[in-house]
Design a binder for this molecule. Structure first.
Ligand code: NAD
Length: 273
């Protein structure tokens, strides 16, 4: 399977180059980054700390998309939807890891998914996808006597908050209670000053940023007298790259549509779309 990478010189892009190089059945087909990137023209394997592979970092996403079976996008929320549109134009499957995509961007990806199969997951780690399923189940079992708070911590470079994974955890908790996240969460409003008491049924979010933390997520269910906590800690970006490459090997044979990592893994508890 020929796999192209968009955002190839980024933290995840480099990890993907290493993962594809080490995965049987996966072939690096090329990589692009944004037009002003300082490493344009350099060998993408060398950028990732490997021996040269003969493929140079480009800046034209269309050229990469046209030359591969599937493209993996770990770029920026402002451009990932346009990459999905380009993938649809070239009938190339796409795996999207980029987070922080707004409603208009989501609609653009949904349109592209009518033409090509797209895997779009806020988190490609297998353990996190198990956490999604457990969160949904626990929220349903415990009911709204338990307040739900979602806490995440990431490295100091992360630009969006709460993390896409935290939001998916919120959606899973809401789904477990049979409600929509937007109806039970004021996630845009950080708690600061005279916030008033917590509203019953709310799902709260808190985001910490610092150092090189790859990604920690806790879902806390708290009621009078007891507390249940589900915790996941990623210690290497390799888990995201491994999952994304697994999705890239799976998606090209699928019908057009939007798929989650749960679909790739064959879980029955699907992430809400
Ligand atoms: P990063 O900043 O290290 O890398 C992003 C790369 O995209 C950079 O090299 C940047 O130059 C490039 N880029 C920006 N605009 C571009 C454009 N127009 N065309 C091509 N490339 C462009 O960030 P990162 O840590 O690698 O994360 C990238 C994204 O992936 C973020 O949204 C992050 O939240 C998300 N992420 C998702 C998962 C997951 O499992 N879904 C895991 C880790 C990170």
């Amino acid at each position: 399977m020929n796999i192209g990478i968009l955002g190839c010189a980024g933290r995840m892009g480099q990890m993907l180059v290493r993962e594809i190089s080490a995965t049987e059945g996966a072939m690096l087909a090329g990589g692009a980054d944004h037009a002003g990137h300082a490493q344009l023209g350099q060998d993408i394997a060398v950028i990732a700390g490997l021996p040269p592979c003969g493929l140079r970092l480009g800046s034209d996403p269309a050229a990469i998309i046209a030359g591969c079976d599937v493209v993996i996008d770990f770029t920026h929320a402002a451009v990932a939807p346009a990459h999905a549109t380009l993938a649809a134009k070239h009938k190339t499957s796409i795996v999207i890891g980029t987070t922080g995509i707004d409603t208009a961007g989501t609609a653009e990806i949904e349109r592209a998914a009518k033409i090509v199969p797209i895997v779009w997951a806020s988190n490609y780690a297998v353990g996190v996808n198990v956490l999604f399923a457990l969160t949904k189940r626990l929220a349903g079992v415990l009911g709204d006597d338990f307040d739900i708070e979602i806490l995440e911590m990431h490295h100091r470079h992360k630009v969006d908050a709460p993390s896409g994974t935290a939001l998916t955890l919120g959606e899973m908790a809401a789904a477990g209670r049979g409600v929509k996240l937007n109806d039970v969460s004021a996630r845009g409003a950080a708690r600061d000053g005279q916030t008033g008491a917590r509203k019953k049924g709310d799902i709260g979010f808190a985001a910490l940023r610092g150092g090189d933390v790859v990604g920690d997520h806790s879902v806390i269910f708290a009621c009078e007298g007891e507390r249940v906590e589900l915790v996941h800690k990623a210690s290497s970006r390799g888990v995201f790259a491994r999952g994304a490459v697994r999705a890239a090997l799976w998606v090209p044979g699928q019908n057009p549509g939007r798929y989650s990592m749960a679909d790739v893994l064959g879980f029955t508890d699907e992430v809400p779309r």
